[in-house]
Design a protein around this ligand. Structure first.
Ligand code: NAD
Length: 352
């Protein structure tokens, strides 16, 4: 075992089926009396049912959460918070809703309970990305880390198979990059391998039968494990590329991760053989990059940037943006190779 530094993040995690029933006692355990329930417009019904269940502990629902945490939405949520006298937030949803809860915590220091319904993993990280005037900036501060994560497998049963597949691949991406992170460590590596294995096992079953509770439970556990990896160690090329593509070309988050991941893995493979062997083992595949591609293909997930609406004439600009500011990656990031990687991802070629 080589030397390492490991910094654990504080979190209380409740995992299971039917755990939503424990929300009231968790609000009270935080010393709170009025929780503002957050959601996207699409999940308003779920949020209202949750608020009704909370009864007097609910301060109401704010159902305007949106992708990439626009500051205008946060400003409206802050008004709702003041108007209702809420003393904590409950974020019910995917990364977009969790992001809104974090943005409120950044501004108020109010406690948060995250109730994740996708596999994005944001609930386990001290990272917040916010968008203002079309520009996304990301910061890392413990102020935004939710105090409590309540995982209820039942809430994920409604996640459509296509989104389950891409959201699961998004989670796997956190673990792949954690395995070759510069600040990697054995605890994170163990979680990363478990997380990938759980998701690789579960996702095909979920696509075949979205109501498969055992598979849903494995996938949600995998999402937590992968989220912890994202929160604990630094990410590199893959996340940088997805951030660039999502921010500059308005591509959908989880789908972009799904398309780019096999190509980022293929790019880094020569410089990170041990990490790739671990990914392959977790996938039960002979090799990591092709294993990731084949998993996405078997799930019927998108495989090319072209199908996500990326213009081919944007690839040069994407390569410029992704190589403009230096950052650490196991293999040096040079523009010609990144341009070639993007070309492969745009066409959806299986890595060689
Ligand atoms: P999302 O939260 O935008 O959800 C996608 C859609 O699915 C929404 O309409 C949502 O309401 C719906 N949905 C979610 N769960 C559902 C369920 N169980 N049943 C039915 N519908 C459901 O998507 P996401 O991929 O979870 O999150 C993406 C966002 O999260 C991006 O903005 C990304 O930058 C951010 N993110 C941040 C971090 C971090 O650590 N800061 C990590 C991962 C993702």
């Amino acid at each position: 075992m080589g030397p390492f530094t490991y910094e654990a993040l504080p979190a209380r995690v409740i995992f299971g089926a039917g755990t939503l029933a424990r929300l009231g006692e968790e609000v009270e355990a935080l010393g709170c009396r009025r929780a503002l329930v957050l959601s996207t417009p699409e999940q308003r019904g779920m949020a209202e049912a949750l608020a009704a269940r909370l009864g007097p502990l609910s301060a109401g629902v704010f159902a305007e959460a949106a992708m990439h945490t626009p500051v205008e939405v946060t400003a409206r949520a802050m008004e709702a918070l003041r108007a209702t006298g809420a003393d904590c937030t409950v974020a019910l949803g995917g990364g977009s809703t969790t992001g809104l809860g974090k943005a409120i915590a950044l501004r108020t220091d109010l406690p948060q309970i995250a109730i994740p319904t996708t596999y994005a993993g944001s609930e386990a990280t001290p990272i917040l990305g916010e968008t203002e005037g079309g520009r996304k900036t990301t910061q890392r501060t413990l102020k935004v880390l939710p105090e409590v994560i309540l995982y209820d497998v039942d809430l994920t049963l409604s996640l459509p198979p296509a989104l389950s597949a891409t959201s699961g691949m998004n989670a796997i991406a956190h673990s792949v990059e954690a395995l070759y992170a510069r600040d990697g460590n054995p605890v994170t590596a163990a979680l990363a391998e478990q997380g990938i294995a759980a998701l690789a096992r579960a996702l095909p079953r979920i696509v075949a039968d979205p109501g498969d509770r055992e598979a849903r439970s494995d996938a949600l556990f995998g999402a937590w494990a992968c989220g912890v990896c994202l929160g604990t160690v630094g990410m590199s090329l893959h996340h940088k590329l997805c951030h660039t593509l999502g921010g500059s070309f308005d591509l959908p988050h989880a789908q972009t991760h799904t398309v780019v991941l096999p190509h980022a893995a293929a790019f880094n493979a020569p410089a990170a053989p041990e990490a790739m062997a671990c990914v392959a083992r977790a996938l039960g595949a002979p090799e990591a990059a092709t294993g990731l591609f084949d998993l996405a293909a078997s799930l019927g997930a998108p495989l090319s940037l072209r199908e996500l609406g990326m213009p081919e004439d944007g690839l040069d600009r994407a390569a410029d943006l992704a190589t403009a500011n230096p950052y650490w990656n196991p293999r040096p990031v040079e523009r010609p190779a990144i341009r070639a990687l993007l070309d492969d991802a745009w066409h959806g070629r299986r890595p060689a």
